[in-house]
Design a protein. Structure first.
Length: 136
């Protein structure tokens, strides 16, 4: 089911790429082990933690902030469309119910759309699945 959007599918694909970059940088941080494998010695416990910032942290923050800014720059209609597409991709609505999802996204838009969307750990997957469901 194809729908007419005010936001381009290419813009949503850019969001998907940015969301994947944020997600991958988080995955890289946990790839080498887990917290319970960390061992501390006396010297480590007494040293204070100082660093100038890790490259991974900086790139993650930049990607996340870039995505946040892109989402915050959307107008009300575009933001509602992105939320509706994410909901369809998550399975909250069927593609045939896009108009209902869109209306509900508009009604619920009380806080920051960027914060809401960035709170979805599988945002990239939801948007991609939503685009596919809508034949975009």
């Amino acid at each position: 089911m194809a729908v007419d959007l005010t936001i381009s599918a290419d813009t949503i694909r850019l969001f998907i790429q940015k969301a994947r970059a944020v997600s991958e940088s988080l995955d890289d941080a946990f790839q080498d082990g887990s917290d319970h494998e960390v061992e501390f010695d006396e010297e480590t416990l007494t040293d204070s933690h100082h660093h100038d910032g890790l490259a991974e942290e900086e790139s993650e923050d930049l990607s996340k902030e870039e995505l946040r800014e892109l989402i915050e720059d959307l107008n009300v209609d575009e933001a509602a469309e992105v939320v509706a597409i994410a909901w369809i991709g998550r399975g909250d609505f069927d593609a045939d119910d896009f108009e209902a999802a869109l209306e509900q996204a508009r009604e619920r838009a009380l806080g920051s759309t960027a914060s809401y969307l960035l709170g979805m750990s599988l945002l990239a997957d939801y948007l991609e699945s939503g685009l596919d469901s809508l034949d975009l």
